[in-house]
Design a protein. Sequence first.
Length: 112
Amino acid sequence: MDQRQKHIKYRKIKFECTIMNPVLSDEELDILKEYGTWMEALYLEKIEPLNEQQAEFCRQINLDLSPKEKYATIFWKYLNRTKIAKTITLNNVRKTVKDDREDWKKIRKMRF
């Protein structure tokens, strides 16, 4: 199997990343779900970069600084979140804003 076929194989595999729900936007989460397995294969050197953009992705991921490229930034956030998750228990639920007008009225009464 040549390198291009290996890339295609990894691109077809969907990536499970529920740990990233509260961190990434919906657009970024979709990108990670679609390309995550492929990016992980590049990062772990299971496949070799085919062009300069992929090589730059690998270089940026291996730096200690936050990457500048969009896809590298998303995967970098994933890597750091998984490192943190190994040491502490994370809350993977997005916070929702409760718009309860009764609470607002109570708060206003307490202030004045």
